[in-house]
Design a protein around this ligand. Structure first.
Ligand code: FE
Length: 211
């Protein structure tokens, strides 16, 4: 029998070089594609989007705008979802956003104690530590200890408020504008805003702008 015509089964690929997780993800993907639930091109586009275009640089723009435009800050703190949409940040896992202002009295920190809910539209995909049971438990039990783990010290008279994300509600911490940045451009300010400063496990990092 000719090799070309005697079989209609799928070719058996050797997946032995793939991790267990890769194999599971591929299996799931092929079922979804086969049943017509997802378009493989759309999947590729999503992956590229979150790899290259959606990340903490989005949140940093929002924070810098809030620092320089009090009217925008007002809108951000009263209706974050709408204020983020003004800058074009909408969509997946960012549908119901709340912006939390850090103040001299309060430092905010975000966790998802149940799983890994995270504001994708402004921060991209969550860092690995965000999903660990250790962070999820300790953020609630000992937030100051978590800050110490991250090398951050917040004065004792500043209250630390921990916010538990859910599928319905995602949070963006707006850190305090660093001292000595008066007159800086929005772009230079955005460069000080780290991902962790918008989760509440870090602070903005100021490096002198190039002369
Ligand atoms: Fe979650």
């Amino acid at each position: 029998m000719s090799h070309d015509h005697d079989h209609d089964h799928d070719h058996d690929h050797d997946h032995s070089h793939l991790s267990d997780m890769d194999v599971r993800v591929r299996a799931l993907q092929s079922i979804l594609v086969e049943k017509g639930f997802v378009d493989p091109a759309a999947l590729d586009e999503l992956v590229t989007l979150y790899e290259h275009e959606v990340g903490p640089q989005n949140g940093a723009k929002v924070v810098a705008r809030a620092w320089t435009d009090p009217a925008y800050a007002g809108r951000l703190f009263s209706n974050a979802t709408a204020a983020l949409a003004e800058l074009g940040f909408t969509g997946r896992q960012g549908e119901h956003m709340v912006a939390l202002p850090n103040t001299p009295q309060v430092h905010n920190m975000v966790v998802c104690t149940l799983c890994s809910c995270y504001p994708w539209s402004v921060l991209g995909l969550p860092p690995v530590w965000y999903k660990t049971p250790a962070y999820r438990a300790k953020a609630v039990a000992d937030p100051r200890g978590v800050l110490a783990d991250f090398g951050v010290s917040v004065p004792d008279d500043v209250a630390i408020r921990v916010w538990d994300s859910t599928a319905e509600m995602r949070y963006l911490v707006v850190p305090m504008r660093p001292e000595g940045t008066e007159g800086w451009s929005e772009e230079a300010l955005a460069a000080t805003v780290t991902r962790d400063s918008m989760i509440g496990t870090g602070l903005p990092v100021v490096t002198e702008p190039a002369a």
